[in-house]
Design a protein around this ligand. Structure first.
Ligand SMILES: NC(=O)c1ccc[n+]([C@@H]2O[C@H](COP(=O)([O-])OP(=O)(O)OC[C@H]3O[C@@H](n4cnc5c(N)ncnc54)[C@H](OP(=O)(O)O)[C@@H]3O)[C@@H](O)[C@H]2O)c1
Length: 251
């Protein structure tokens, strides 16, 4: 059994790799930072005797996603996790960073999901875990592009889940929707979260995600589940006001 994890050089992806290593025979870990990926490869090979391959490439470039798939078609669990955010008013954030974010959080996620779903359906089995976020439930003033990218992940995953259900497919899609997690995310997004006592560790998120698979919604924490519920009953204009205040408390 083979698992592929994107965004495995850090944070949630790295911890999923550590927690999943004892359950799989083979693992592919992807990200741009080859040094960190090699370190993780050595750690996991030594500790668990698992075969680990490193795929060091920028997944915001679609050809790299296609190459990753072509070289590793026989994957049973795809953890589609690479992503990042950026904080600031829409007209103040960098267009280049927004584009990179859309290419990573949406296009790379979409490309890998599409390619692997087709392959898994041919084979008649497989699971895809897309890392969305609580951000995918709301409009996100002062982090608007990031929230919108995660709304895409939630929406397309819901739609594909229904297609699979109608077909009676054995292939499953899940979404992981955490709230704040203490990872490299804050640094990449230029934000210091003031969420002491509220943010979770990537170790906890990883354990929870693997325990809950293949459930569709994987939402760690009662408060995040409550937030999802509220997102269905509150008008988007009201949610946007609340999220603005939350985002405004970060720097
Ligand atoms: N931390 C949170 O509060 C939080 C909450 C909800 C959802 N999430 C989501 O969780 C996922 C993982 O984030 P994290 O919190 O673990 O942050 P992180 O520690 O910064 O990890 C992000 C991972 O994504 C990879 N990545 C980013 N851009 C990439 C690119 N262009 N090509 C290939 N790999 C790329 C990074 O690898 P390289 O740097 O090596 O490229 C890294 O391994 C993201 O999708 C994020 O949106 C995070």
């Amino acid at each position: 059994m083979k698992i592929l994890i994107t965004g495995a050089s850090s944070g949630i992806g790295k911890e999923i790799a550590r927690k999943a290593a004892s359950r799989y025979d083979e693992m592919v870990i992807a990200g741009r930072n080859s040094e960190r990926l090699e370190e993780l490869r050595s750690e996991l090979t030594e500790k668990y005797g698992i075969k680990v391959s490193v795929f060091a490439a920028d997944l915001s470039i679609q050809e790299n996603c296609i190459r990753l798939f072509e070289e590793n078609k026989d994957v049973h669990l795809l953890v589609n996790n690479a992503g990042f955010g950026d904080v600031g008013a829409f007209d103040k954030t960098s267009l280049n960073k927004d584009t990179q974010m859309i290419q990573t959080n949406i296009i790379a996620m979409h490309t890998l999901m599409k390619l692997y779903l087709g392959e898994m359906k041919k084979r008649g089995s497989g699971h895809i875990l897309n890392t969305a976020s609580m951000a995918g439930f709301f409009p996100g003033p002062l982090m608007s592009t990031y929230y919108a990218t995660k709304a895409y992940v939630v929406s397309i995953s819901e739609a594909v889940r229904e297609e699979l259900r109608r077909e009676g497919s054995e292939v499953t899609v899940s979404i992981l929707c955490p709230g704040p997690v203490s990872t490299g995310f804050g640094k990449a997004a230029n934000v210091d979260f003031h969420f002491e006592g509220f943010s979770r560790t990537p170790q906890k998120i990883a354990s929870y995600a693997l325990k809950k698979l293949p459930s569709f919604y994987i939402i760690p924490g009662i408060e995040i589940k409550a937030a999802r519920f509220l997102s269905h009953i509150l008008p988007a204009s009201f949610s946007a006001k609340v999220i603005y205040n939350i985002q405004n408390n970060k720097n």
